[in-house]
Design a protein around this ligand. Structure first.
Ligand SMILES: [Mn+2]
Length: 487
């Protein structure tokens, strides 16, 4: 039964090829990510890279008491095992859980994440020494916490939200946090607290049950402001996520996390993300490019760091397959749910592939059941754009095409698609700011950065032509008896 990072790693150790650990010392400054790029990052990371095992580094330079785990979710196979379902069913299962949430509960028991306590007002407190946050590349602004479950509550309603934000260590008790303007719920809470002239208490839990990491990546409209995404992890596990009370701020944290950082988002202060390094960059982002440092990061004043005994830091590489799992599977769930509600039984499955970082691209496997379903596949594509606003490209394929096999998807494009008839463009729509092609320099129709073109590639066969598009049929056999004994 997986319910925290340690039990997740124990499960992976039982799966061939899914876990590796090393005693060779590694520098968290750029070296660790440099190693994992070759071992298992995948995703949109610069080639050569590959999908490989999750990895635990047991000896971290400058941090004699800590380990670092990376790439736990950098494989759909691992995510399926950790969530207890088939890989192809992940999107549907997540949709079911998002529709039947189980709210978290506060436990008054002694929390594992508070076995060791460091208070910021004690002498010698230094965030960078306490938390082995890697710097992912030599260009990065500084050490980043990439898998921090940020948890805060709305100043007016008290409704809580969990979201992953990029967090850079800025000083002994200072963290910067980046909020995509107008997009995220904890950002909205911080803005409201600022209006009221108040700090926003926040907890950052690191090294948790993978169900929490996946669930926390849902976005509106599936999870509107006021929807606590920890309740999706509750539904995935069939029992509530357990929270403990923070020791120094009025917020709660994930009780069995490896590390918890307690702090307050300070009103009226913005920081330059690379103020210590002046590199001009933030960190590698999911589209595969290193993003610019922001001058508009908010400041978190850290009050305490608590952790388990022998803590395991968890991190990810922004453009790796891990992001594809965390962003893409909730996106699949959101698209599946919206299309299924509108036209039941037509959308067989949906996949948000690596090439889009889980956000820019979706493949919809659509079955036209009757003559009147012709054209509905394009309606399904429009619904997909509504289900997830950052989506850029929708590929539509028929039910006999494996939507998880990009070679099969491109086969459908090559034999069932005509460029002049089957491309539908929707210009002037808000897309994603981190896509460097979404600028006027790349298309004169773009009015401003991020206001770009969404495109549907309809690779389905017209309903009245289906007879001409039957794939070559093979004799149905059980191949096992020819394969037993082969090495
Ligand atoms: Mn939310």
């Amino acid at each position: 039964m997986v319910n925290d990072l340690r039990s997740a790693l124990e499960l992976l150790k039982t799966m061939p090829g899914q876990y590796a650990e090393t005693e060779v010392e590694v520098d968290p400054r750029a070296e660790l990510s440099g190693v994992y790029r070759y071992v298992g990052a995948g995703g949109t990371v610069m080639r050569p890279t590959k999908e490989g095992p999750a990895m635990v580094f047991n000896r971290i330079k400058g941090h004699p008491d800590a380990k670092v785990a990376i790439g736990v979710l950098s494989s759909r196979t691992r995510v399926a095992a950790l969530l207890g379902c088939r890989s192809g069913d992940l999107g549907k299962k997540l949709w079911e859980c998002a529709s039947h949430p189980i709210q978290p509960v506060v436990t008054e028991e002694k929390a594992a994440c508070q076995e060791v306590v460091h208070l910021a007002n004690e002498p010698g407190f230094d965030l960078a020494k306490l938390v082995p946050a890697p710097t992912n590349t030599p260009d990065d602004a500084g050490p980043y916490i990439t898998l921090g479950m940020c948890y805060a509550s709305h100043p007016d309603t008290g409704a809580s939200d969990v979201t992953i934000h990029r967090l850079c260590i800025q000083g002994k008790d200072e963290l910067s946090i980046f909020f995509t303007p107008g997009a995220r719920h904890i950002g909205a809470m911080a803005e409201r607290a600022e209006e009221l002239g108040q700090v926003l208490p926040i907890s950052i839990s690191i090294g948790v049950d993978p169900a929490i990491e996946i669930g926390s990546c849902f976005e509106p409209p599936t999870t509107p402001l006021g929807y606590d995404e920890l309740s999706i992890a509750g539904a995935l596990r069939g029992e509530p996520v357990k929270l403990c009370r923070c020791l120094t701020v009025k917020e709660r944290a994930i009780a069995n996390a490896e590390y918890v950082i307690e702090g307050e988002v300070v009103p009226g202060v913005r920081v330059q993300e690379d103020q210590n390094s002046n590199t001009g960059f933030a960190m590698p982002e999911f589209p595969g490019y290193t993003g610019p440092a922001s001058s508009q990061c908010w400041l978190i004043r850290v009050k305490a760091v608590t952790h388990r005994k022998d803590p395991i830091m968890q991190t990810c590489i922004g453009p790796s397959e891990e992001h594809v799992s965390m962003a893409g599977i909730p996106t699949e769930a959101s698209i599946y749910g919206m299309v299924e509600k509108a036209m039941p039984g037509r959308l067989k499955n949906v996949y948000c592939p690596s090439a889009g970082g889980g956000k820019y691209m979706a493949v919809l496997q659509f079955e036209k059941k009757t003559e009147s379903d012709e054209g509905r596949q394009r309606q399904a594509a429009l619904l997909a754009f509504s289900a997830f606003s950052e989506l850029k490209h929708v590929f539509l394929v028929d039910e006999d095409v494996d939507c998880f096999d990009m070679s099969d998807v491109l086969w459908a494009m090559n034999t069932r698609f005509q460029g002049d008839a089957d491309i539908i463009t929707i210009p002037g729509v808000r897309c994603h700011p981190l896509d460097p092609s979404n600028t006027p320099e790349c298309s004169p129709g773009i009015r401003g950065k991020g206001i770009a073109c969404k495109t549907i590639f309809d690779c389905t066969v017209p309903y009245d032509q289906k007879k001409r598009f039957v794939r070559a049929r093979f004799m149905e056999v059980d191949p096992e008896k020819w394969l037993t004994g082969l090495s």
